[in-house]
Design a binder for this molecule. Sequence first.
Ligand code: ZN
Length: 172
Amino acid sequence: MASSNAHHATGFAAGVIAAALVLHNGGGHGGLVYASVLLSFVAGVAGSTAPDWLEVAWWSRKRRLWIAHRTLTHWGIGWLALLGLSYHALGDSIYAAAAFGFACGGVMHLLADWPNPLGVPWIGARHSLNLWNSGHCDLIVVAASWAAAWFVGRHAGLAGMHGLQMLRHLRL
Ligand SMILES: [Zn+2]
């Protein structure tokens, strides 16, 4: 895995991305928008480390892996499917916002793991970009995630939307 610091740092970026997209797509109405945005952010941060903690048997005392490292919990299709499904459900339910944020975090995690030699099973067999060893070049991974967050934030018009939402809120 990329170092856990890197996963946390990219996780915040994933949370920002999820929150911006939820805000952009309308997370519901009125106060529900804010709850959805907040929830998607928190879920994004949680999701960014999920592929690693999901494979630990935290309910057992030994905390062994119940599944081989970087297999099912790092499965690209699964995370992308959750991302797509929850995206389409955005606005219908606050749970969709949570699921969407969680999926954003998960996909971000896979992207952060991808350059390591162990690779990520996006479809079937593991694939690696083979760029560097785990823990190296975290800065690049983190910078890239924040560049993405900035881009999405700008694209989704986070600043502008926020102002508009506030205005709408004031009138209510
Ligand atoms: Zn991982």
